[in-house]
Design a protein around this ligand. Structure first.
Ligand SMILES: C[S@@+](CC[C@H](N)C(=O)[O-])C[C@H]1O[C@@H](n2cnc3c(N)ncnc32)[C@H](O)[C@@H]1O
Length: 141
C-alpha cells in the first residue's frame, strides 16, 4: 500500500470490484503463470463490453495519477512512448504532449476503436510484438 499523494478527483467513485481486480493483478505479478490465454480472452471480452461507455463513465477522472507522475518524475521524452493498456485513449493526449511518437497497445480492439490516434496495435502486453530497443528509436538514428 502506497501513501496517497494526490487527492482523488471529484466524482471518482469507489468501485466495489476494484479490490478483487487489484488482488488478481498482484497474484499475476507474483506468479506470471496465472496470466493464461483463457484469462487474456476473458479480459478482452470484459473490456470489449465496457468500451461503449468507458469515456463517459470514467474519462473524467482517470488522468490525475498520470498527470502527477509526468509532472513529478517524467522520464526522458526522447524516443517512442509505448502506452500499454491504452484502452479508449483517455490518457494518450497527456503522453502525446511529451512524446511525439506514441504506440498504443491493447488487448481490446473495441476499446481502441473508440478513438483512432497514433499507432495502435492489438496485442497482449505479456508478449509484446516489438523487438528490443523499439522504443529507443531515436537513439539508433
Ligand atoms: C483499466 S483499462 C485502462 C484504459 C486506459 N488506459 C484508461 O486509463 O482509460 C485497462 C486496459 O488495459 C487493457 N489490457 C488489460 N490487460 C492487457 C494486456 N495483458 N495486454 C494489453 N492490454 C491489456 C484492457 O483491454 C483495457 O483497455
Amino acid at each position: 500500500m502506497l501513501p496517497r499523494v494526490v487527492e482523488a478527483p471529484e466524482g471518482k467513485p469507489v468501485r466495489p470490484e476494484a479490490a478483487d481486480n487489484q488482488r488478481l493483478m498482484a497474484e499475476i505479478l507474483d506468479d506470471t503463470s496465472c496470466w493464461t490465454p483463457e484469462l487474456a480472452k476473458f479480459t478482452t471480452e470484459v473490456f470489449d463490453a465496457m468500451a461503449e461507455n468507458w469515456v463517459d463513465e470514467r474519462g473524467g477522472y482517470r488522468a490525475a495519477p498520470l498527470v502527477d507522475a509526468l509532472d513529478r518524475g517524467c522520464p526522458s521524452s526522447s524516443g517512442r512512448c509505448l502506452e500499454i493498456g491504452s484502452g479508449t485513449g483517455v490518457l494518450t493526449p497527456y503522453l502525446q504532449e511529451r512524446w511525439g511518437d506514441i504506440v498504443c497497445v491493447d488487448l481490446s480492439m473495441e476499446m481502441m476503436s473508440r478513438r483512432r490516434m497514433g499507432s495502435q496495435v492489438q496485442a497482449d502486453a505479456s508478449r509484446l510484438p516489438f523487438s528490443r530497443g523499439f522504443v529507443r528509436r531515436d537513439r539508433h538514428r
